[in-house]
Design a protein around this ligand. Structure first.
Ligand code: SF4
Ligand code: SF4
Length: 83
């Protein structure tokens, strides 16, 4: 799957990693509680995150991520990690 800009996406099991030259953000999809929780989407001001058709959090635009860490801090299931 192609990603916009310089974004790279890799997957290992349920761990999805999104990266560009300045940010690497990993989502542990089996820890994401799926439908019913959109906390990370709601706290992401640049709208870098969305919920996909499986009900899982995904990055839709890594280049807009400001590394504010709100999603990592606010996720109740520790599913998001920034580097
Ligand atoms: S806040 Fe965590 S559990 Fe909730 S949708 Fe986002 S990644 Fe999933
Ligand atoms: S670190 Fe901030 S800007 Fe980046 S995806 Fe998380 S909430 Fe959005």
């Amino acid at each position: 799957m192609s990603e916009p800009g310089s974004a790279r996406r890799t997957a290992a099991g349920s761990l999805k990693t999104y990266a560009n030259d300045t940010v690497t953000l990993a989502i542990r999809e089996d820890w994401c509680k799926a439908e019913g929780c959109e906390i990370c989407v709601e706290v992401c001001a640049p709208k870098s995150l969305a919920i996909d058709d499986r009900g899982k959090a995904v990055i839709v635009d890594i280049d807009s991520c400001s590394k504010c860490l709100r999603c990592e801090v606010m996720c109740p299931d520790f599913a998001i990690t920034l580097q």
